[in-house]
Unconditional design. Structure first.
Length: 477
């Protein structure tokens, strides 16, 4: 079925009643009122509520209609990976040499082989290079060779999803992914100096920032509203040009953007960090595979999977979810990891769990998709499986906590709700979703999934409906 056909079905399919429990097929009055007051019809809205320990759901409205789940599909990807790989699973990143290191000098090339570590952030990459220095390596006479062969190079473009190739969430999976391939630009207004300081962290050695931004005294009406950004690739470097104006009243803000392809990005970071560490390197970079006769020089290990999925789910990190899916595929079917192998691994996990989801469509396991579909009932079954998993503590702790962290840190500030919900949120254009565990006021733990597909679902009105749902679940009789 084509993605557009699926989307139209999701938006206009009428609610399907579920009579597993008397009265369980009707929307509660507060939820129906929230839909009505915010201008939503009931079509496009699915809700499933199931108290843990009970046989039947407390509520199931249009629960068997396939919907776009957005990032709540990460609940499936992360649980399958957690159970198949285990919470102590580590990714590795290896360094190989074809010449011996003598008196701190490598007379040949340095090979770095990635295995899909989704959390090789700048701090970890710095520690990785520092460890090479500690091993005695100081001068590299040859080039930097990146071995990306653990993941297949799939035909895709970062602009495919929404024509925003510089957005960090659109970064494509690679076996050696450093700092999500992104730079954090911090905007710091300095009224006394009549300027806006722009700090890039990290700043690759081959990237220059040109600041043309003018500071205004106007009231803040959206800090990035009048900012412009252009990226120009030149022979051996990249120029990032910021223009427009910035209101001093807006305070400090951050912008994560992708400014170059993986290889030049890694080269720039390697040059700057290696020099900071007292190393010498004047070579270039290219992709290749580690030669058969190369010697393993050093191995770095990622944090355990149980820790990594907390970043995936709490902060809804799309690129990490995609790295995880390819890793699962490589481990279950052998390298190179591919999206198709990862999807098949998830389906095998579902089959092993006796979870039959005939409507399920997976595209990348992250929810950044107009094709991925699942029903509210089946996503709730994933959450119920997570509750009964041997790794239930690791799984639930990966979800955002109401009013405390992740995507919920600024939501549900009411003292009654704070800390009472562990949830995964999702949002795309025309989509808003939520799934997770709610501790209600009677002390019962409840699984809730709400999938809302409508052309206003991703607006504040959609968020108000979602909050009405969660309030009802928390306060229900």
């Amino acid at each position: 079925m084509k993605p557009m056909t699926i989307l139209l079905l999701n938006l206009f399919w009428l609610p399907v009643a579920d009579s597993a429990t008397p009265g369980a097929d009707s929307l509660p009055a507060p939820v129906a009122a929230a839909l009505r007051h915010n201008g939503f019809p009931t079509r496009g809205f699915s809700l499933y509520v199931h108290e843990i320990g009970e046989t039947d759901p407390a509520l199931a409205v249009s629960a068997d209609v396939p919907r776009l789940p957005a990032s709540t599909i990460k609940l499936l990807t992360t649980l399958a990976a957690l159970e198949e790989l285990g919470p102590a699973w580590h990714w590795k990143t290896e360094v190989y040499v074809t010449q011996p290191v003598r008196e701190g000098r490598l007379a040949g090339d340095l090979y770095i082989k990635g295995y899909g570590d989704p959390y090789l952030v700048i701090e970890h990459f710095w520690r990785f290079l520092r460890a090479l220095r500690a091993e005695g390596l100081e001068t590299i006479d040859g080039d930097l060779i990146l071995d990306q062969s653990h993941f297949a190079r799939e035909a895709a473009d970062p602009a495919d999803f929404d024509n925003q190739p510089l957005r960090a969430y659109n970064v494509l999976p690679t076996a050696l992914l450093v700092n999500f391939q992104a730079v954090n630009f911090r905007f710091i207004p300095q009224p006394l100096a009549r300027r806006v300081q722009i700090v890039a962290d990290p700043l690759p050695a081959n990237v220059e920032v040109e600041n043309r931004v003018v500071l205004n005294d106007s009231p803040c009406r959206g800090w990035a509203r009048r900012l412009g950004m252009k990226v120009r690739h030149e022979a051996d470097r990249t120029r990032v040009i910021f223009s427009g104006s910035y209101d001093a009243d807006c305070g400090n803000h951050e912008l994560f953007r992708v400014v170059s392809e993986p290889a030049p990005f890694i080269l720039g970071l390697f040059r700057s960090l290696w020099a900071e560490l007292g190393g010498r390197f004047q070579g270039d970079i290219r992709e290749g595979t580690v030669p058969a006769g190369a010697s393993l020089y050093y191995t770095a290990w990622s944090p355990p999977l149980g820790d990594v999925i907390r970043s995936v789910n709490k902060f809804s990190n799309n690129v990490m979810a995609r790295q995880l899916l390819l890793t699962l595929g490589a481990e279950q079917a052998g390298p190179p990891g591919t999206t198709e192998k990862g999807i098949q691994a998830v389906r095998e996990w579902l089959k092993h769990r006796k979870l039959i989801f005939p409507e399920l469509v997976l595209e990348n396991g992250a929810g950044l998709s107009r094709a991925e579909t699942i029903t509210a009932r089946h996503l709730a079954q994933v959450l119920l499986a997570g509750w009964h998993s041997p790794y239930m503590p690791e799984y639930i702790s990966s979800l955002a906590v109401a009013a405390q962290d992740g995507t919920l840190r600024r939501r549900f500030g009411n003292a009654e709700f704070e800390g009472q919900m562990h949830l995964k949120t999702g949002s795309l254009r025309d989509v808003r979703s939520v799934g997770g565990y709610v501790l209600d006021r009677a002390g019962r733990r409840v699984v809730v999934v709400c999938l809302h597909n409508h052309d206003k679902a991703d607006t504040p009105a959609g968020e108000r409906v979602q909050e009405a749902v969660l309030q009802w679940v928390h306060e229900r009789p």
